[in-house]
Design a protein around this ligand. Structure first.
Ligand code: APR
Length: 256
C-alpha cells in the first residue's frame, strides 16, 4: 500500500498547483454524517425520489422537512475529520488547487480549504421557493416551526441545496468544469460516481490529458473506465499515507 501512496504522491507533486479534488459523502462519514447509497446510507431509509426531488418537496414540504430536520441536526453537530484536514494542508503546501465537493456540510471550509466549489449547494442557508429571499447561516434552533416560512412573503423555504430535478448552480458548474479541464490530476474521494453532472468531472480531466486517482472503500464505475489509479481504503487513512509521501518529495522544495 505504501507504494500506492508514493505513486499517487509522485503524480500529484509533479502536477502541483494543477491538482483538483472531487469529493462525495464518503469523506464525511468519519465526521458522523451518513453517506447516501451504502447499506447504512440516508437513501436506505428515505426514498430519494420522495425526499430529495424538488416536485415531491413542493407537494409535501412537511414530510420532506421531517427528514431535513434529522439530517440538518447531524450536519450542525459534525466536525471536519482528518481527511478534510489533509486536503486543506495539501492546498496550503501548493499541491492541491480546487476542491469540487458534492457535499453540503461545509466541512472542507471548516478544515481550512479555501478554493471550494459546492456543486450541490449548502445546508448553511435557507432560500424562499417563491421570492428567493435567503436566510444565510440559519440554525435549526432559530426555526419556530417547520416548514420554515419566508420573512418577506411567507412562502415555504428550503435549504440552499440542489434537489433532484433542480439545476446545478451555473457558477458552480462553470467553475468546476474549468477546474477539471485545466487540471493535470483529479483526486476522486468517497463518491459512488452515480450522479451527474458531478460524476462527469473526472472524465473532463481525463479528456484534457490529465490523470485520475480514485480513493474509495469499493470499486465504482470510474474504477474500470476513468481512474488511472484506484486506492481502496478509508479516505483519512489513504490521505494520511499520500500526504506523508508528498512531504518526503516536497522536503526542501518550495511550491508556492
Ligand atoms: N472513505 C472512502 N470512501 C468511502 C468512505 C470512507 N470512509 N465511506 C464511504 N465511502 C464511499 C462509498 O463506498 C461510496 O462509494 O463513498 C461513496 C458514497 O457514495 P454515495 O453515498 O452515493 O454519496 P455521493 O457519491 O456523494 O452521492 C452523490 O447523490 O444523493 C445525491 O446529492 C447527493 O451529493 C450526493 C450525490
Amino acid at each position: 500500500m505504501k507504494r500506492a501512496y508514493e505513486l499517487a504522491a509522485e503524480t500529484m507533486v509533479a502536477a502541483a498547483g494543477k491538482v483538483a479534488v472531487l469529493t462525495g459523502a464518503g469523506i464525511s462519514v468519519a465526521s458522523g454524517i451518513p453517506d447516501f447509497r451504502s447499506s447504512q446510507g440516508l437513501w436506505a431509509r428515505y426514498d430519494p425520489m420522495e425526499y430529495a426531488e424538488i416536485s415531491s418537496f413542493k407537494r409535501n414540504p412537511e414530510k420532506v422537512w421531517a427528514m431535513l430536520e434529522e439530517m440538518l441536526a447531524v450536519v450542525e453537530q459534525a466536525h471536519c475529520n482528518r481527511a478534510h484536514e489533509y486536503l486543506a494542508e495539501l492546498e496550503k503546501k501548493g499541491v492541491l488547487r480546487t476542491v469540487i465537493t458534492q457535499n453540503i456540510d461545509g466541512l472542507h471550509q471548516a478544515a481550512g480549504s479555501c478554493d471550494v466549489i459546492e456543486f450541490h449547494g449548502t445546508t448553511r442557508n435557507l432560500v424562499c421557493l417563491r421570492c428567493g429571499w435567503r436566510w444565510p447561516g440559519f440554525r435549526l434552533s432559530e426555526l419556530q416551526k417547520l416548514p420554515p416560512k419566508c420573512h418577506k412573503c411567507d412562502a415555504i423555504m428550503k435549504p440552499e441545496v440542489v434537489f433532484f430535478g433542480e439545476q446545478i448552480p451555473q457558477t458552480a458548474l462553470i467553475k468546476a468544469s474549468e477546474a477539471a479541464e485545466s487540471s493535470k490530476v483529479m483526486l476522486v474521494i468517497g463518491t459512488s460516481a452515480n450522479v451527474y453532472p458531478a460524476a462527469d468531472m473526472p472524465a473532463l480531466t481525463k479528456r484534457s490529458g490529465g490523470r485520475v486517482i480514485e480513493i474509495n472503500l469499493e470499486p465504482t464505475p470510474l474504477s474500470t473506465s476513468v481512474a488511472d489509479q484506484t486506492i481502496f481504503g478509508p479516505a483519512a487513512v489513504v490521505l494520511a499515507g499520500i500526504e506523508s509521501a508528498c512531504d518526503k518529495l516536497l522536503t526542501g522544495r518550495r511550491l508556492i
